[in-house]
Design a protein around this ligand. Structure first.
Ligand code: SD4
Length: 350
């Protein structure tokens, strides 16, 4: 049997020599060290994940279903006017239109999704309705809006004055560079070198998508992911967040994973599905996320240096792990043992 240290060494040599034996012992070692956080448990991306976790916990602590918890959880940042990367007050696309992407998945493998949805704050709840009320998985654009309005959602203006102002500012140069923030480089004294609205000093939330996965007291898993996508993107651009397997994946036998960052890179490796499949092979959550990040680096080493991508995973044992490209990716964990702690994910680049 190998200990955790030798497992990590083996892992560094690459997946080819990543024996299942070493993976299993690493998971056991993590469990012995208290890495198992048990059930119920909810985890979500970024610092705003804490408020979202608290809402989800209200349901989980009463023995409620993980699906209800993740929906309630991500509705918090969706409604937050100070959050410009999710839901209401999200930064618009380059035409000034706020378009939302979201998806949800339950313990039965059911899935629902909306992409490029306008005028409805709670894209996640529309995604859930798609899952529960239609034979489809995904509705897009006008069709998604039409469906939402037919199902009782109100038409709203999501573009707040603050977000509009940032867009107007961007229009002055209209530089088409919808880069994602790289957190540690966000607030140097000279400001960002390239204009990046997500880096504006004083912007309370320079973070991105909320991805949340949870396990309820019955041991069932669900997940939700919702975003306004990249600021000032091309109209019609859709990221990874509403794509089942890319931005989110749940397999109730194995675990669940979600992602944040530059969606194009996540889509190309079908990131969240990859993480869950790696966990099926025995990888602990962090190692699975790390391998997914490594694939992005291998595919496009120079691009990987410029962008942020983070994965967050929860396995059926209640173990949590994450890994990202750049330092600064945080995630929040709430369970009976973990009091909504904010953890900094380990990163590929230091
Ligand atoms: C997207 N993944 O639209 C989302 C945005 C995001 O960190 O998560 N940014 O590509």
């Amino acid at each position: 049997m190998k200990d955790r240290r030798s497992f990590l060494k083996t892992a560094a040599l690459g997946a080819a020599v990543f024996s299942l034996d070493s993976i299993a012992s690493a998971a056991d070692a993590q469990a012995k060290k208290g890495g198992v956080t048990g059930k119920p448990i909810v985890v979500s991306t970024w610092d705003f994940g804490r408020a979202a976790n608290s809402a989800a916990w209200e349901i989980l602590k009463k023995g409620g279903r993980a699906l209800d918890a993740v929906e309630a959880g991500v509705r918090v940042p969706e409604a937050d006017p100070n959050n410009h990367t999710v839901g209401y007050s999200g930064y618009p696309d380059r035409d000034g239109r706020v378009t939302l992407d979201a998806c949800i998945m339950d313990e039965f493998g059911n899935a629902g999704s909306v992409c490029a949805l306008e005028h409805v704050t709670h894209a996640i709840s529309v995604a859930r309705k798609v899952m529960e009320k239609t034979p489809h998985v995904m509705l897009a654009g006008d069709g998604a809006l039409q469906f939402a309005l037919a199902n009782g959602f109100e038409k709203e203006n999501l573009l707040t004055p603050e977000a509009e102002k940032a867009w107007q500012e961007w229009l002055k140069k209209s530089e088409y560079k919808p880069v994602i923030n790289i957190e540690n480089k966000s607030y140097d004294s000279k400001g960002a070198t390239a204009f990046n609205p997500l880096m504006l000093p004083g912007n309370q939330y320079n973070h991105d998508t909320i991805g949340m996965v949870a396990m309820d007291a019955n041991g069932n898993l669900s997940g939700a992911c919702t975003t306004s996508g990249m600021a000032f993107k091309l109209h019609g651009r859709v990221g990874d967040s509403p794509i089942i397997g890319a931005g989110l994946y749940v397999d109730n036998e194995i675990g669940a994973a979600t992602s944040t960052g530059v969606g194009e890179e996540v889509i190309k490796i079908v990131g969240s599905h990859l993480v869950v499949e790696l966990m099926r092979q025995g990888y602990p959550p962090e190692a699975a996320c790390k391998e997914a990040v490594t694939r992005i680096v291998k595919r496009s080493p120079s691009k990987a240096k410029e962008i942020q991508v983070g994965f967050l995973a929860l396995n059926k044992k209640g173990q949590v792990g994450a890994y990202c490209l750049q330092p600064g990716f945080s995630y929040a964990v709430l369970s009976n043992e973990q009091n909504n702690v904010l953890i900094n994910g380990k990163s590929h680049f230091k």
